[in-house]
Design a protein around this ligand. Structure first.
Ligand code: SF4
Length: 499
């Protein structure tokens, strides 16, 4: 999840602690506790649902499915998850409220130290049921509303589903249960985005989770109504703008994006454009430490029969079954090819993801979409909307480094010495006339373009930084010559200094 309100407006909310405090502290390993390393677990307690939604990742049905984990099996599982240090358990379905023992299971989860949250279509939430859930310890209810009434009802396969869901939201809010919206954006409902935020804000909702469509379950049957990358970029930008508008009006709302980690890169670009590099750099730190797409690492799913999946959307592949092996056993078994692939994805990403400068904040986004569309788990995410120039020449925000330009760096009296050139990264050590020294890493993006001016700039840079040593001058000249002969040129010299 990417919290827009936290990153753009610095509005803290519940859950940001788990998402970002861990990130802030992650440079101090001794401070990270077990809960920051364990996955959030989604448990689809049933496959049964009273609705039949077009995009249901669980491919839920109106009939009871056989083989559901029993109450006793569920409690054993909850014990296991609590012992393992899982921080949050998300009760989902199907529609979890069709299970008669749901309150009992939630109560048990809270007792053993898990934080139970609920994902529901909202239509079965009576006053009595909500009070029971709250008393049992539900910390949060996420209710699905996929657009204004016409679109929501069509999506959910039932007239009146919108009104029932909004009634459910009101019931939760009246009972004092923190409640938020879950909205999956497609071409059918993208135009409703602003209206639905305004409408539910008037009802009292202040938390809005926007899901990108994942191509799992019935979601893989409606790829044709998914947004194009350009439309997606526009929708995400609209959400950024909307969050800022609310913030500027003094009525903060919490907005989150789920399911497309190109958003983590785009929010950096957006912040740079709106607020400048310092703010963009702070966001970069948060999202990089937060770890990008979480599948198989920071989120896990257990289905109604006990099969473990890398995320709730990846129902078609089981990593193992908790009836046969313990959850920790399954989760830590990296001999499983899918787990291993997801946890080492950076090494294998292909196409534009392989070369992307934002790979460390995004980590290739959805591997499930890549697999569904390209039949290749390491292919690029088809729903990445970053431009080619953003991917190759991102906002300069690297961790702990301060960007300075060449002219500024090489003031009279400053000298530099080349240490190495690896790929397109040049490392130089520099000293100024006061003899204080610091190391400089100069990232020199190489482009196939011919510009005499840029060649000259590089040449001058080589001479200046090597002026204290004939050896280094020769080395620099050799490099410059090599670059020129290869018809590569330096488009811009960026120096990232760390001191
Ligand atoms: S190109 Fe790949 S790694 Fe880069 S932002 Fe897009 S999806 Fe993420």
């Amino acid at each position: 999840m990417i919290s827009i309100s936290k990153l753009l407006c610095d509005v803290d909310a519940e859950g940001d602690g788990l998402r970002y405090d861990a990130a802030e502290e992650s440079s101090k390993p001794q401070i990270r506790d077990t809960k920051q390393q364990r996955p959030v677990v989604v448990w689809n307690v049933t496959k049964q649902c009273n609705l039949y939604c077009d995009h249901c990742y669980a491919a839920a049905d109106t009939e009871t499915a056989s083989g559901e984990l029993s109450t006793a099996e569920g409690k054993r599982l909850l014990d296991e998850l609590a012992d393992y240090g899982v921080p949050v358990i998300l009760f989902s379905g199907g529609e979890p409220l069709v299970r008669n023992d749901l309150v009992e299971l939630i109560d048990y989860a809270a007792d053993v130290g898990l934080r139970p949250v609920l994902s529901t279509n909202g239509t079965l939430l009576t006053n009595e049921r909500v009070q029971e859930l709250k008393d049992a310890g539900v910390a949060y209810a996420g209710i699905s509303v996929d657009g204004l009434p016409e679109h929501h009802d069509a999506f959910r396969g039932q007239d009146g589903a919108f009104e029932a869901a909004v009634d459910g939201i009101r019931t939760c809010l009246d009972a004092g249960l923190k409640t938020g919206l879950r909205y999956t954006v497609t071409r059918r409902n993208a135009d409703d985005l602003e209206a639905i935020v305004d409408l539910l804000h008037d009802v009292g909702v202040d938390r809005f989770c926007f899901y990108h469509l994942e191509y799992g379950g019935r979601g893989s049957d409606i790829v044709d109504i998914d947004l194009t990358p350009e439309e997606r970029r526009e929708a995400v930008r609209q959400l950024f703008d909307l969050t800022l508008q609310y913030h500027d009006s003094g009525e903060d709302i919490e907005t989150l994006l789920v399911g497309n980690y190109a958003d983590a890169a785009y929010i950096i670009e957006y912040a740079n454009e709106k607020f400048g590099t310092d703010h963009a750099r702070e966001i970069y730190e948060y999202v990089r430490q937060n770890g990008g797409a979480p599948a198989g690492e920071r989120i896990a799913d257990i289905d109604y029969q006990g099969n473990v999946h890398p995320t709730q959307f990846w129902q078609g592949y089981s990593l193992g079954n908790v009836r046969d092996r313990s959850f920790p056993d399954i989760w830590e078994d990296e001999s499983n090819p899918l787990l291993s692939a997801l946890r080492n994805r950076e090494k294998h990403l292909k196409g534009k993801c392989a070369d992307c400068a934002y790979r460390d904040v995004c980590r290739g986004s959805s591997r499930l979409r890549a697999l569904t569309v390209h039949d290749d788990i390491f292919a690029p995410d088809p729903q990445c909307y970053l431009t080619a120039s953003e991917r190759s020449d991102p906002t300069p925000v690297e961790s702990g480094r301060r960007r300075i330009d060449t002219e500024w760096a090489l003031k009279p009296g400053q000298i530099g010495r080349l240490l190495s050139v690896v790929g397109n990264t040049t490392t130089v050590s520099m000293r100024n006339h006061t003899q204080s020294s610091w190391s400089v890493r100069s990232r020199v993006p190489l482009r196939r373009q011919k510009s005499n001016y840029q060649q000259l700039l590089l040449f001058a840079f080589c001479l200046l930084t090597s002026s204290h040593s004939i050896m280094n001058t020769r080395r620099w000249l050799a490099i410059w010559a090599r670059l020129s002969w290869c018809e590569y040129n330096v488009r811009r010299v960026k120096l990232h200094c760390q001191w």
